[in-house]
Design a protein around this ligand. Structure first.
Ligand code: ADE
Ligand code: ZN
Length: 340
């Protein structure tokens, strides 16, 4: 089953490129750029990856991202992720990046975006993989700062699929970012937002009603609010669920307590994603395996989840059809063989 899930064609819709920075690569970049790191060794750094809540993680994640300085760094980080994703059956990726964490350190927006784009183009050539970029506004910063970031992104708009909202959730509701999302919407960008990870169900409503989010990142706390569940089902709003992230950040106490199956039973459009795989112990296939094993999910349901990831993407109708056909072909090719 593990190798079946790894090879299963899928889309990844919730991955922060800064969250794919592996400790070994962080030290390599620090050496390359003459930067210092708070932790002396890879082992010490990994030992610090113990989080009881989102903010514990974000503090370390922002520190880690500070080693990223040049166009080449962003390219190398992204191609390393895409190579791992390709090995995990990812055929289409919509990648988040936190521009502000880099531009605030004096890195040019162009170095970030162009480094990312070059790697995405390379992945298309090497693995026939499609990928897109979504810039996340940092919600612990102000809306004015998000507006500046939006202005800085405009010269690179042809490379951007859309905008999202990430970072410290509680205390920073979507309502804080109404104007900047309105501007992005007027410019016809696709819109998503993290909501209902640590924050309450009301943040999910705000993301839909006030920001115009088309997809909700995480969204698992919707399960506390039956009316919201009914709405998400009726409007078929995709939720990008990240099981190992939820486990490592204490959003769920153990994987067997994860609400994913309940969400599917309620008819919600749930997908499986990795969030920050270098920090949470696994890339997207490991997330598929964790929920399949932890929740005892049937193979057909896992296949349906992969199909939902394609359907929930912002890929073109023809790309979606091609990828859904790839899934059918893959499943047919495994029909006659024993599971393994
Ligand atoms: N940025 C990176 N990972 C995140 C997460 N899980 N929640 C909010 N912001 C993030
Ligand atoms: Zn996230």
């Amino acid at each position: 089953m593990e190798s079946f899930l790894q090879g299963l064609p899928k889309a990844e819709l919730h991955v922060h490129i800064e969250g794919t920075l592996e400790p070994e690569f962080m030290f390599e970049l620090a050496a390359r750029n003459g930067a210092t790191t708070k932790h002396g060794t890879v082992a010490e750094l990994r030992a610090a990856y113990k989080f009881t809540q989102l903010q514990d993680f974000l503090d370390i994640y922002h520190q880690g991202a500070a080693v990223l300085r040049t166009h080449q760094d962003f390219h190398d980080l992204t191609i390393a992720y895409l190579e791992r994703a390709a090995a995990d059956g990812v055929r289409h990726a919509e990648i988040f990046f936190d521009a502000q964490t880099h531009t605030d350190r004096g890195v040019a927006m162009g170095a970030v975006v162009e480094g990312l784009v070059e790697a995405c183009n390379e992945a298309e050539e090497r693995w026939g993989m499609s990928s897109e970029l979504i810039m996340c506004f940092l919600r612990h910063l102000s809306q004015d700062q998000a507006m500046v970031a939006l202005d800085q992104a405009m010269p690179f708009r042809e490379h951007l699929l859309g905008f999202g909202l990430a970072s410290s959730e509680v205390g920073h509701p979507p309502s804080k970012f109404v104007d900047v999302f309105a501007r992005a919407r007027a410019e016809e960008f696709r819109l998503v937002a993290h909501a209902g990870e640590e924050g309450p169900p009301s943040y999910i409503r705000e993301a839909l009603d006030l920001l115009g989010a088309e997809r909700i990142d995480h969204g698992i706390r919707a399960m506390e609010d039956p009316d919201l569940v009914a709405r998400l089902r009726d409007e078929a709003i995709p939720l990008t669920v990240c099981p190992l992230s939820n486990l490592k950040l204490g959003v769920v106490p153990e994987i067997s307590a994860h609400p994913l199956l309940g969400m599917i039973d309620e008819g919600l459009v749930a997908t499986i994603n990795s969030d920050d795989p270098a920090y949470f112990g696994g890339y997207v296939a490991a997330n598929y395996v964790a929920v399949q094993q932890g929740l005892g999910i049937e193979r057909d349901t896992m296949v349906a989840l992969a199909k939902t990831s394609i359907d929930s993407s912002f890929a073109s109708a023809s790309r979606k059809a091609a990828l859904l056909a790839e899934i059918d072909l893959y499943v047919a090719g495994h029909e006659s063989r024993p599971m393994g």
